[in-house]
Design a protein around this ligand. Structure first.
Ligand code: ADP
Ligand code: MG
Length: 285
């Protein structure tokens, strides 16, 4: 272990780590790696121990072991994990299609059919997480990755469960980093971190996908937070005039200010928008 090798010995025994950096976040660096035996490619997420919340160091492996058991088509699978004094090394599914965030920037907005298909996939992942009592807490387009580069690529949720142990999304009001635009009002008022917060985020994502800009905004963070706490958003006629009432009805149910009355993932999957806006194929799975 003191050989000056970059990675844990156990990890290097099994995987060949590529110099190809897939991305860099605030605390993590993500590289591509390959299982030496199967030749299968994976993503290696390296998280500095500095990113772990104080007092949560001990629960790290417990938490990650739970996440290791999670298996769903729309969730980035956690395959393996290694730990050193400096960091945590997480081997996950490789998403070759990039972030929904970037695709959204490129496209500007989605057709209802495409948006419905993607939101439906998101909801399937969220419903599965919630069935397993895992709250994501940090759903946003940066954490939604396309499995491949094809037009009909599967969408996968990443970073679920991590906000519980990582610093990043904690103390949203205190830290200037990260855009709190996807955060539910009850999080901001420190009243709750339960399942409904994820549906609020899905609502913000759905709204943004359909018109190209978020429902809540502000020229600075304070104004943005006020806007979320006021819970008021609009469907500007110019951008929303041609968008179906079904879409707006579902968004309203996601962005229901009262978290207890907010639609659940399981309920949302049955919403009529998914039948009216989209092809039959999304209902098959
Ligand atoms: P952080 O949580 O510190 O922001 P991320 O997990 O978001 O770090 O990773 C940083 C970047 O790496 C992201 O921009 C994302 O595009 C890329 N990335 C993360 N996970 C994967 C993955 N499984 N496959 C491909 N790229 C990934
Ligand atoms: Mg992330």
């Amino acid at each position: 272990k003191k050989t000056g090798s970059l990675y844990p010995a156990e990890l290097e025994k099994r995987y060949k780590v590529s110099s190809n950096v897939l991305g860099v976040g605030s605390f993590a660096i993500v590289k591509e790696c390959m299982d030496k035996t199967t030749k299968e490619s994976y993503a290696l997420k390296i998280i500095s121990k500095k990113a772990i919340k104080k007092g949560k160091e001990d629960m790290l492996t417990t938490e990650l072991d739970i996440l290791k058991k999670i298996k769903h088509e729309n969730l980035v699978k956690l395959h393996d994990l290694y730990e050193t004094d400096e960091g945590v090394y997480i081997v996950t599914d490789l998403a070759r299609g990039g972030e929904l965030f970037n695709q959204l920037l490129l496209k500007g907005s989605y057709t209802e059919k495409d948006a419905a298909n993607l939101v439906h996939q998101m909801l399937k992942g969220v419903a599965y997480l919630h069935e397993n009592d895992i709250v994501h807490r940090d759903l946003k387009p940066e954490n939604l990755l396309f499995k491949d580069k094809s037009d009909d690529s599967i969408l996968m949720i990443t970073d679920f469960g991590l906000s519980k142990i990582l610093k990043t999304n904690d103390d949203i009001l205190m830290t200037a980093c990260g855009t709190p635009g996807y955060v539910a009002p009850e999080v901001l008022s420190q009243k709750g971190y339960n399942k409904p917060v994820d549906l609020w985020s899905v609502g913000v994502i759905t709204y943004t996908m359909l018109c190209g800009y978020p429902p809540f905004y502000g020229e600075n963070q304070a104004v943005l937070l006020q806007s979320i706490m006021a819970g008021n958003y609009e469907y500007d006629e110019e951008d929303w005039g041609e968008i179906s009432d079904d879409a707006k009805d579902l968004i309203d149910k996601f962005l229901c200010f009262d978290s207890l009355k907010r639609i659940t993932a399981k309920e949302a999957l049955k919403h009529k928008w998914f039948t009216s806006a989209a092809d039959v194929n999304i209902l098959d799975n």
